[in-house]
Design a protein around this ligand. Structure first.
Ligand code: PEP
Ligand code: MN
Length: 338
């Protein structure tokens, strides 16, 4: 439910409404806008029906939110959310944010060298998995904390921000200590306990769409993080499983305008996992930018043939540089920068 506040309402009136809602055991969220403020109410809204809210001083009107996702919905917030990721950068503004790096963190020197190259090409966030969700238990599982240390060192030496995946609640302390953005992978999109845990943090959460998830399910997962108290969620379309086997996944670019019509949260596209083929990554990046995404996540590796994971979809640094050049032109054509 949304309580729309009158433009001239006083602070005391707003406080009184907030207290009234809290007194019923519900959670009010005050969202202060330039023109007017609104209070979102989450919980058993039926309790509110017995209160004559519309008659309270300072209340303009009360609107029920019929969608299952509430805090994520455009009804709750009609202006796009810009997620502050640090270094003066925001995901969801005019400038597209590019996150690039290896699938897995491998060696310290290799990571640092690559970080310098992706930065030079225009990336502002270094990606790299230290805890890897692998299909086979015999495949490389990631360097763990050592990988986090290498990422942090690369951040210190280059000034790039770092994003890395959190797979398990038991390692949340470590990941929070090092990462600027916490990635929740596709396989964990519906790990509700993990979502509740990152909802309690103050770090931006990069939520990847589940392999077979609908957009509604995707937004309900974002709702878990938002309702936990963390407003900084970035959605990532990374391809879904379809009957097609030529590509690893089918990159669902419909998701970009579809999500924009449903939510205020920023949307980033990952064409690497979305295609599974490096030869398609640049074309799909251009398409994603044209479709209106707020950023890209791209896997880059100095020697893809030797990569510990996802070599087939990793770009060489020079190919990534070219991707940036091409995408900048598209960004400009759609009124954005990169
Ligand atoms: C990754 O980013 O390396 C990754 C494992 O992604 P996803 O969760 O989308 O498969
Ligand atoms: Mn990968």
């Amino acid at each position: 439910m949304i309580i729309v506040i009158k433009p001239k309402a006083t602070k005391e009136q707003i406080d009184h409404i907030m207290e009234k809602v809290k007194g019923l055991g519900l959670k009010p969220w005050l969202s202060e806008g330039v023109e007017r403020s609104i209070i979102g109410v989450i919980g058993e809204e039926d309790k509110l029906r017995v209160v004559p809210l519309e008659g309270m001083a300072g209340v303009e009107k009360v609107i029920p939110i019929l969608k299952p996702f509430k805090l994520a919905s455009l009804d709750y917030r009609s202006v796009p959310t810009k997620v502050d990721i640090g270094n003066g950068l925001k995901v969801g503004g005019d400038r597209l944010i590019v996150m690039a790096g290896p699938c897995s963190v491998e060696t310290k020197e290799g990571l640092l060298d690559l970080a310098r190259k992706v930065k030079k090409a225009g990336a502002t966030v270094l990606r790299g998995g230290a805890f890897k969700p692998r299909t086979s238990p015999y495949a490389f599982q990631g360097l763990g904390e050592e990988g986090l240390e290498y990422l942090a060192e690369a951040r210190d030496k280059t000034g790039l921000l770092i994003i890395t995946e959190l797979m398990d609640i038991r390692t949340i302390g470590k990941v929070l200590e090092y990462a600027d953005i916490i990635q929740i992978g596709a396989r964990n999109m519906q790990n509700f306990d993990l979502l509740k845990e990152v909802g309690k943090t103050r770090k931006p959460v990069f939520l990847k769409r589940g392999i077979a998830s609908t957009l509604k399910e995707f937004l309900m997962s974002a709702e878990y993080v938002l309702s936990g108290g963390n407003p900084d969620v970035i959605l990532c379309e990374r391809g879904i499983r379809t009957f097609e086997t030529f590509t690893r996944n089918t990159l669902d670019l419909n998701a970009v305008p579809a999500l924009k019509s449903l939510t205020h949260l920023p949307v980033v596209v990952d064409p690497s996992h979305g295609t599974g083929r490096w030869g398609m990554v640049t074309a799909m990046s251009r398409a994603a930018v044209a479709a209106g995404c707020d950023g890209l996540m791209v896997e880059v590796h100095p020697n893809p043939e030797e990569a510990y994971s996802d070599g087939d979809q990793s770009l060489l640094p020079e190919k990534f540089e070219n991707l940036m050049k091409e995408c900048r032109k598209v960004a400009e054509a759609v009124g954005r920068t990169m």
